[in-house]
Write a protein that binds this ligand. Structure first.
Ligand code: CP
Length: 307
């Protein structure tokens, strides 16, 4: 099967059936990463450029590993080692990369909409690996795969997303994806970190962590996006963690089988205590493992699905 679209720009552009196809395909690729020889010839002869203008550990590494495990040729470009530092524009960089005829360009950029602009300019497929505070669709897809594996379903579950909702592209993509798949989503955080009118996305809003976790099947914690804040939204880390850190006392207010997620990187002791991050209810490293499979699925469905 092949996705009937050129690009993966956001959860907003995906249908329920397309999400299910991506998750099913990712499920089938999980096994490749468990083999002694972790490589299949599926994308031999294809070229994937990972163009990361913003810092990343998980997304960039997993896209590179995903491409290599599918036998694609992968090339990594970061802002600091590209001609962006010499003043080249994104448009000129895009046209330059297009002229080398890759098959897929994966882009992370600090500006919301940069992947959409790139997708309009070039003929190759573009995957959004995170654009500003806008969307991070591949993170939401790997989160959904993890939830489906652990709970068997997504529809009907209650998911509490807690923290800096306003500046989080992970929150936005998950809200769109999870509500589309039939989950109930509660967002929780200080008033300054919850966008006005967020209820229009079909979520319930709470400012009290104990209330938000009380009926949750999954608690998804978020990092405070200091790099996207140009003013202080809370007096101190200590003050924030007093009300919004997931620790043993808070998790005891939740269902006994509640599971904990975090997209990473985590700020230990600020939004999540080390005991919970490393505990038996934590899915954080499973999310990382699933990230490779989801990215393999996307590269395959965009570049090689028919072959
Ligand atoms: N979750 C996530 O996007 O992590 P990185 O910034 O390390 O890629």
């Amino acid at each position: 099967m092949k996705l009937s679209k050129k690009d993966i720009l956001g959860m907003k552009e995906l249908s329920r059936d397309e999400v299910t196809l991506i998750l099913d395909t990712a499920e089938s690729f999980l096994e490749v990463s468990m083999r002694k020889i972790k490589k299949v010839p599926t994308l031999r002869g294809k070229t994937v450029i990972n163009f990361f203008v913003e810092a990343s550990t998980r997304t960039r590494t997993s896209f590179e590993i995903a491409g290599k495990r599918l036998s694609a040729d992968t090339v990594n470009i970061s802002a600091s080692t590209s001609s962006l530092v010499k003043g080249e524009t994104l448009t000129d960089t895009a046209k330059t990369l297009e002229a080398m005829n890759p098959d897929i360009i994966v882009i992370r950029h600090g500006a919301a909409g940069a992947p959409h602009m790139l997708a309009r300019m070039i003929k190759q497929s573009v995957i959004n690996a995170g654009d500003g505070a806008h969307e991070h669709p591949t993170q939401a897809l790997l989160d959904m795969l993890t939830i489906r594996q652990e709970k068997g379903v997504i529809g009907g579950l209650t998911i509490a997303i807690i923290g800096d909702i306003a500046h989080s592209r992970v929150a936005r993509s998950n809200i769109i994806g999870l509500t589309m798949m039939g989950a109930r989503v509660t967002v929780c955080g200080p008033a300054m970190m919850i966008p006005r009118d967020i209820e229009k996305l079909g979520v319930h809003v709470s400012h009290h962590m104990e209330e938000a976790v009380s009926d949750a099947d999954i608690i998804m914690m978020l990092r405070i996006q200091l790099e996207r804040q140009n003013e202080s939204f809370f007096p101190s880390d200590r003050e924030y963690s007093r009300y919004y850190c997931l620790d043993r006392a808070t998790i005891e207010r939740a269902k006994p089988d509640v599971l904990v997620m975090h997209p990473g990187p985590i700020n230990r002791g600020i939004e999540i205590s080390p005991e919970i991050a490393d505990g038996t209810q934590s899915l954080i490293l499973k999310q990382v493992t699933n990230g490779v499979a989801v990215r393999m699925a996307l590269l395959y469905l965009l570049a090689g699905g028919e072959e």
